[in-house]
Design a protein. Structure first.
Length: 395
């Protein structure tokens, strides 16, 4: 099952730009990071999303390059150029994805930078049995309709009413055909992709979203979001350490990379000291036990398991409390093998799991100058630290 995320960022955002300086709202900076960058990273961190494509305005190539630099964790493909309307931009994005033929596509507005991993998962899960699904919030306010004179003409019943949000998920083939059909008939008044799906006869399921998934629309939205990000996130630091001894074998796993060697590391899983130390460092930032607590070596389920699974679980736990991983740093203590040539591959794997660019993943190595068990070539050890930003407890 291949899943693509299509992020629509071709709009001009005039309501936001009019009071917030130059540039469309999707490139505005909140909490030190561009709105679009946050949207990209939300999907890059999700383990089920395979590709991310952004639809941009023809005039925004330079802005996009700055926002996309280091983002996407290797999932970001070449951007598509948008059309004269959101509907036209989505179709161009879908056409750009068509050669890769994804099974599912999640269409998301770039101006929603706070979409959660949970919401993305719920939309994907709904597509197991439905043709389409959209994130939405139930209407809780009393609704009124007014006439031309500004006076209330009626109170609208809110039962069964939902506020449509994004992402909106679809099976790829039916939604691109629906978009193509609407374009051929010159129907361009649809306000979202779910409306096109409804017009094409596709059943659309509702997935309840979080109120945090706000849409940045005005200059005031940008200011409030920036204040909230600055005020409510606090840094946490965690450390981890792991060691494994050598046994008979012909390779070791370090940082998720298989490296030929005269021995292998002994352990219940694949004995990857790098990922084990890093997993503990991440768990430490949120006070959530250690790797042995969540994946006990006494459980046969984890015999020979790839340690990437442990790292993915730690990252998921951080995301679920609204946390964001800032950077990680690892030191390998070993006489051999040398890891310099394997550093880029380690950074790529860790970056894919954690949603981090290579410049936020430090990997270093040192020998013990012949001293101790490492110096005697009896095993390998690794130390790791991680910085994570989590919602402040007093807010």
């Amino acid at each position: 099952m291949r899943i693509a995320a299509l992020i629509v960022a071709a709009g001009r955002g005039t309501r936001a730009a009019s009071g917030a300086g130059s540039g469309p709202k999707q490139y505005a900076v909140i909490g030190g990071t561009a709105v679009l960058t946050r949207a990209i990273e939300a999907f890059a961190r999700h383990p089920e999303v395979d590709e991310i494509k952004v639809v941009i305005h023809a005039d925004d190539a330079e802005l996009y390059e700055r926002a996309a630099e280091g983002a996407g964790a290797g999932k970001l493909s070449k951007p598509a150029i948008g059309g004269p309307s959101r509907q036209a931009s989505v179709l161009r994005g879908l056409e750009a994805l068509a050669p890769g033929a994804p099974d599912l596509v999640l269409i998301h507005d770039a101006a929603r930078p706070f979409v959660s991993s949970t919401t993305i998962s719920k939309v994907i899960a709904a597509l197991n049995s439905k043709s389409a699904a959209l994130a939405a919030l139930p209407v809780t306010d009393t609704l009124k309709r007014s006439g031309g004179d500004g006076l209330i003409t009626e109170t609208v019943a809110r039962a069964g009413l939902w506020r449509a949000q994004t992402p909106q998920g679809f099976h790829f083939a039916p939604i691109i055909e629906a978009h193509r059909a609407a374009a051929e008939k010159e129907l361009d008044t649809f306000t979202d992709d779910a409306a096109i799906a409804e017009w094409a006869g596709l059943g659309v399921a509702v997935v309840e979203d979080s109120a945090a998934n706000i849409k940045i629309t005005t200059a005031e939205d940008i200011e409030l979001a920036d204040q909230q990000m600055t005020r409510t996130l606090e840094p946490r630091t965690g450390t981890g350490f792991d060691v494994h001894c050598f046994c008979e074998g012909d390779h070791v796993w370090l940082g998720g990379v298989k490296i030929p060697h005269t021995h292998k590391l002994e352990g219940h899983s694949d004995a990857d000291v790098v990922l084990h130390a890093l997993t503990d460092a991440l768990l430490g930032t949120i006070g959530d036990g250690d790797i042995g607590q969540h994946f006990p070596p006494s459980d046969p389920k984890w015999k020979g398991a790839a340690s990437r699974q442990f790292l993915e679980d730690a990252a998921r736990r951080i995301r679920e409390i609204g946390g964001r991983i800032g950077n990680v740093d690892i030191t390998v203590l070993a006489e051999a093998p040398r890891i310099g040539a394997h550093r880029p591959a380690m950074q790529a794997l860790i970056g894919e799991v954690l949603g981090l660019p290579a410049n936020r993943i430090g990997i270093k190595a040192t020998t013990m100058e012949g001293m101790g068990f490492v110096g005697r070539r009896e095993g390998i050890a690794a130390m790791a630290s991680a910085t994570v930003f989590v919602p402040a407890e007093d807010t």
